[in-house]
Design a protein around this ligand. Sequence first.
Ligand code: ADE
Length: 418
Amino acid sequence: MKHDIRDPQLAEQGKLRIEWAARDMPVLKQIRARFEKEKPLSDVKIGCCLHVTTETANLMIALKAGGAQVALCASNPLSTQDDVAASLVEHEGIPVFAVKGEDNDRYYDHIRSVLAAEPNITMDDGADLVSTIHTERKELIPEILGGSEETTTGVVRLRSMEQKGVLAYPIIAVNDSDTKHLFDNRYGTGQSTIDGILRATNILLAGATIVVCGYGWCGRGLAMRAKGMGARVIVTEVDALKALEAVMDGYRVMPLAQAAPEGDLFVTVTGNLKVVRAEHFQLMKDGAIVANSGHFNVELDLDALGKMAERRRNVREYVQEFTLADGKRIYLLGEGRLINLAAAEGHPACVMDMSFANQALAAEYLVVEGKKLERRVYGVPEKIDRHIAELKLKAMDVDIDILTAEQKSYLASWELGT
Ligand code: ADE
């Protein structure tokens, strides 16, 4: 079996960590048990480009239990957990192509290695498999039932492909499920971004001014958690509605140029490029820290920062100091890559449980329905989304009320008023 990992000897440690995550993934566990019996993915080849974490490992194990042949590569050069990659190869017999810190060429070689297995389903986090298939391996398309996409940035890319008429097979936007973005993007990113920043720096958040760039679900989660830890939070936005929501959630909202001299820590979660630019770095105070938690490492203009710097040095793992001409120091975390996965372990298993339940059920759905779908981006069927919420609540031992017959008919009526 071909693979490319850091060190097979890390496998035992990886297995322990994968099992630890499994404790907090009860929904995926149930799906895996059903998959084991029913084998709904029999002989389906699934190519996966996901962050190689303990949670992803549990998804790979569930897909394999369902009869799939899976191959996995990383969806970011810095997010791989090498011990997890080793365990998947050594204990599960799953081909993995991922090494933490791999350079761009090796990253794309790994994507090509997954595509060499000629997948029938692609499972992406950022749409790199889809885009590589559409640019380099078009001949694979006839055998592809469909793909699924994990993250907002990937869905944006895929919708743009759909609109330009170039998308060649159907995609299920897992990100758009309520049981995904309302939890993973908000509570997952909120907590794991702070986790990454604290592991990298050990700074105190209480009393610090944190500038959160972007008030989507990730930004909302991050701002909420930072506030909860005593930080003074400033939000920057380009969207009037989101800005208004941030104001009414109790944050100060202003343009980044105005926030730049105030912030102790700047975190981008916008999904856009060059959000923090030279004109902003110029205004920051000595010692300002900048980090990104968006999917791609394009949100901080690192070329500009590099050009402005007279000196740079690594001062801690994941912390690089840039000294500008006037002597001011700016600290960059995790090379500007998503800090929650670069310096920490990504979202906790409890929340990835729902995201990856969506992925597993999306794969099953594509096997049944894929051939009937058009070359479009679809949401996960609402029935599946709701089913996942119900399973999660049950696993958390939370009961809810049910509508009475009278309430149901009231909701279905229009005649009754005051
Ligand atoms: N994205 C964010 N956190 C993640 C995790 N723990 N595993 C896989 N993908 C992730």
